[in-house]
Design a protein around this ligand. Sequence first.
Ligand code: C2E
Ligand code: CA
Ligand code: CA
Length: 683
Amino acid sequence: MFSRLNTIKQKIIAVSMVSTSSAILLATLAFAYEYINTLHDDLERRIEIETAALAQNISASLVFDDTDAAREILSSFSVDEAVLAATVRDTDKQVFVEYYASKLGEEGRALGEQGIAFISRKIVLDKEELGEVTVLITHEQLNRKIQRVFGLAALIFALAVVTAFIISSRLQRAISQPILSLSNLANLIAAHSNYSSRVDIHSRDEIGELAKAFNHMLEQIEHRDSHLEKQVRQRTAELEKLAEEFRHRAFHDALTGLPNRAQLNERFSSFTSHARRTKTSVGLLLLDLDNFKTINDTLGHDFGDELLKLIAHRVQAVIRGEDIVSRVGGDEFVIMVQDIDSDQDLNAIADNVLEVLRDDIVLLNQRIKSSVSIGGALYPKDGGDLLTLKRNADLAMYSAKEAGKNQYRLFNQNMTDSSTQRLIVQNDLQTAIERGELEIYYQPKINLRTGLANGSEALIRWHHPQEGFLNPNEFIPFAEENGLILPMDHFVIRSVCYQIALWKQKGNTSLPVAINLSGLHFQSEEILRVLRGALKDSGIASHLLEVELTEAFLIEDPDRALSILKKIRRLGIKVNLDDFGTGYSSLSYLRSLPIDIVKLDKSFIDRICHDPQDKAITQGIITLARDLKLGIVAEGVELQEQIDLLTAMGCETVQGYFYKPPCPAPEFESWLETFNQQVVIDR
Ligand code: C2E
Ligand code: CA
Ligand code: CA
């Protein structure tokens, strides 16, 4: 029954009502019982006294056989309503006189009524028995009294119950009110998360204790809450600082602080539009230190780094504020200048640079002679885009080196002839696929938590008939220049799908393989057709294929590129953002790009053990990636200490020579088998 009552208030009232009502009921019943008994006793005692007196008075009448006197005496019963009839008999049991109450009437004298009792008394005179008087009494009057008593008792009971109800409803508030205010406050806190509220304590009973404990709990939550909030604020500030550093890093060279390749690319378009407006040219100078490798090898990397910083400083000193000097490679710098009217203008700047770098350099107690070779090219004359301009400045720089170093050359068309080597590669690439000279190597990715290989990356190799074994960076840049990268990557996709199907057939492995996609694929939907076709023809599940791409895929037409990328993901193919942390990399890419996995560039991994800033940034990227539910792969892991650090940082997956350099498929297959078995045995 109580379980059907919903509120404490109802329950308290119910409990007190049930207990008080039963107490009152019992008390009333006991009282009524006692009262009725007394009434009974009183009646009988009265009649007995009356009968005794009558027996005494009537004895004389019996002796003298005076019935009239006897009847007279007997009629004295008429004042007692309880007496119905009285009979006096002599010793022979013969009726001497009789009395009937007038209310009985003639037929009532049959005395068949209920509730009748007899009282008899011997009539004795001087110890001689003369007869007996018998009195018949009725309880009718008594019963009426009892009925009245019950009526009254019921009334008292009802009144008592109502009073008890009123009192308990008032008193229950003392208990339910504090509980209600406690629960109201709890609801309020839950709705608004305002932990500064406290409940008022009015009593020292259990409810008071509960309220006290509740307040204490609130205090602790409030404390924790503010602590957490502080932590979040701090963390956000740290991340923002990191992001700021990252933005700076994205456009600056870490060593010299000069603008980097990404900034150069970005500034190029504003330089060229200025040139078009003012009908001037943009000059590009490519600087390469002549003997940097030797300096590095003999005097050490620290010296090399200091030298680069000093050169950066000197070059910057001879360049106007509106022009830019950037470091684009190990010992390569590019100077981009505007408002060039003739070749002579650029030559003059190049001469100035040669001049300031010709002086002896004293560094770390060492005096050295350093020199640079400079190649120059002009926009728009020598190229309409940065890539062509740089390539031509590069050719000019090589020709300066060939001419004896420490000098400057401006590009001219004849220089292209010296790049025949490149042309050979470019021409041969066209037929390489048909001739079966390309081979795909596989490099495993290892999950740091399980210690098992959880995927691999496909990397292309070229067995060139004359040039020998070629690594991708010896031919991919040209393949990208002339678009041959497209059929080459298509070939890789098909071969990898076929290989996966083969492995599956042999029951060997069902780990996903990631293929590298050039940014050029993201200008047309053809890549989608190729991916779909390869999946269909090989019959493999799409989750076994992944793609890797760098942010460069966004350069041409970001909207189109993104739409293609989304369609690739819709096929069920996971997307890796490759080389993250170089070039254009910005933390915001992680938030906005439709990708699944981030691949931290090797250059970061190389430095995490020694450079606290790189370590902090790497940690920041890993944390951010995890927050965004992205997978994370660290590339180019070569040392145990890098693995230890990456594990501690919460990095999920690593890839690198430490475990296995890329290798042909059969070698990968047997390596994988022993590696995974070894991990299982070691456990
Ligand atoms: P990537 O995508 O960043 O590939 C990782 C490169 O790092 C590979 O060079 C790999 O051999 C190398 N590597 C892995 N672990 C280590 C390590 O611990 N230490 C060192 N020093 N290097 C490590 P690889 O194979 O020479 O490839 C170079 C680049 O060529 C790749 O860089 C990728 O961008 C491109 N590439 C390779 N295959 C293909 C392909 O099939 N298609 C396209 N479009 N690009 C490809
Ligand atoms: Ca890659
Ligand atoms: Ca990479």
